[in-house]
Design a protein around this ligand. Structure first.
Ligand SMILES: *Cc1c(COP(=O)(O)O)cnc(C)c1O
Length: 372
């Protein structure tokens, strides 16, 4: 049987290391509702990430939906079409209208120069994404938000552990949202978190993720059940012990791709700024058919035929899906950069236990597929 190679594979510490955590949970019989592992993970993650406050969630999408609730976002929100579909879905779940704005073709993030023209009297917030963990132009976005009195909620699902100028990127905006899904750099099987700037907003979010309960008999708001359980939280605590090593391995894999592929005609690679401590979450390459000789989709098929499951993140654009494509802002002619990138991008496998021989095979396939 041929073993398939996925684009990513979850960080899984040795099973025997997890057993004592499970024994502890069984012994305490405290399975969810802010148990000791939940408290410990909130503490340790805040410390590791260098943020003040953090609220754990059952998954990143619930965290996004709740972040919008917590800030009482209504009307229209400016966001990127170049992301995972949950970014815009979280707006629809709040009956908010997404307004898509084009990306910067170098960072793949929302282009701040295009935001102002999309602001209307109904605009209440901006929801940018730190795509692939590359920081958005946070200062420019903050300036616009301040000028127009808008909130900023970052979908930071890819930005776990990313720092810029020595500071966590998660500290920008009114709230930032992480995902700990199995495919992400740090996972709790499913999971997520909201990074909060102060204790007051954390308190509100803690109510909201627990049906709105403030105490046994007081319900403050129409909250949801967004709680992370003890098994997830314990797994997070354990995984945090392995995260630095995993990051170093990812970096080595990424650097190898870069040295082998960055100068190949028709291939463009992403380069985080010199002041960015990146998490090496993804390895996107852009394939320019004219110069590379074959199209991105043809290269995708070459990999698939060899059982290497490269992914076209993000294709199609969110704005191309049926529930969004009727919006005026979904017009492809206004989203030219995002459209172009979505037709060229291919994410190569990158995860800590990717075997070096497998990586060499992935590189050779790309080099061999090129047609002069
Ligand atoms: C993974 C992801 C989400 C959703 O997170 P889940 O934990 O899977 O619900 C949201 N936005 C982006 C950009 C993502 O990559």
């Amino acid at each position: 049987m041929v073993k398939t190679t996925p684009v990513t594979s979850p960080l899984l510490p040795p099973l025997e290391e997890f057993i004592p955590y499970l024994e502890q949970i069984w012994k305490s019989k405290w399975l969810t509702n802010g148990g000791t592992y939940h408290q410990q993970l909130e503490r340790e993650l805040s410390e590791y990430l260098g943020v003040e406050h953090l609220c754990l969630f059952a998954n990143g999408t619930l965290a996004l939906v709740t972040a919008l609730q917590a800030l009482r976002i209504t009307g229209e929100v400016i966001t990127t079409p170049y992301s995972f579909v949950a970014t815009a879905h979280s707006l629809l779940w709040n009956s908010v209208k997404p307004v898509f704005v084009d990306i910067d073709p170098h960072t793949f993030n929302l282009d701040p120069d295009r935001i102002e023209e999309a602001i209307t009297p109904a605009t209440t917030a901006i929801m940018p994404v730190h795509c692939y963990g590359i920081p958005c132009q946070v200062e420019a976005i903050e300036r616009i938000a301040d000028t127009y009195g808008l909130k900023v909620i970052y979908d930071a699902a890819h930005a776990f552990g990313v720092r810029q100028g020595g500071m966590s990127v998660l500290k920008h905006g009114d709230l930032s949202v992480l995902s700990f899904h199995a495919t992400k750099v740090f996972n709790t099987f499913e999971g997520g978190a909201i990074i909060c700037p102060d204790a007051k907003i954390k308190q509100r979010i803690d109510y909201l993720k627990n049906f709105g309960f403030a105490d046994e008999t007081t319900v403050m708001a129409p909250g949801i059940n967004g709680k992370m359980n003890e098994v997830q939280a314990a797994f997070g605590v354990l995984q945090l012990r392995h995260i630095e090593k995993a990051r170093a391995t990812r970096q080595r894999i990424f650097e190898r791709y870069r040295s082998a592929l960055a100068k190949v005609p028709g291939v463009r690679m992403l380069a985080p700024g010199a002041d960015v401590e990146w998490n090496y979450a993804y390895c996107p390459v852009l394939i320019d058919e004219q110069k590379f000789g074959i199209s991105r989709d043809e290269l995708y098929d070459v990999y698939r035929a060899r059982d290497i499951l490269v992914r076209r993140y993000f294709y199609p654009l969110i704005s191309e899906f049926p529930m969004y494509r009727g919006l005026p802002s979904a017009d492809i002619t206004r989203l030219g950069n995002a459209f172009e990138v979505s037709r060229q991008v291919l994410c190569l496998p990158i995860f800590p236990d990717l075997a070096p021989e497998k990586q060499e095979e992935i590189i050779e396939i790309l080099l061999g597929a090129r047609a002069d």
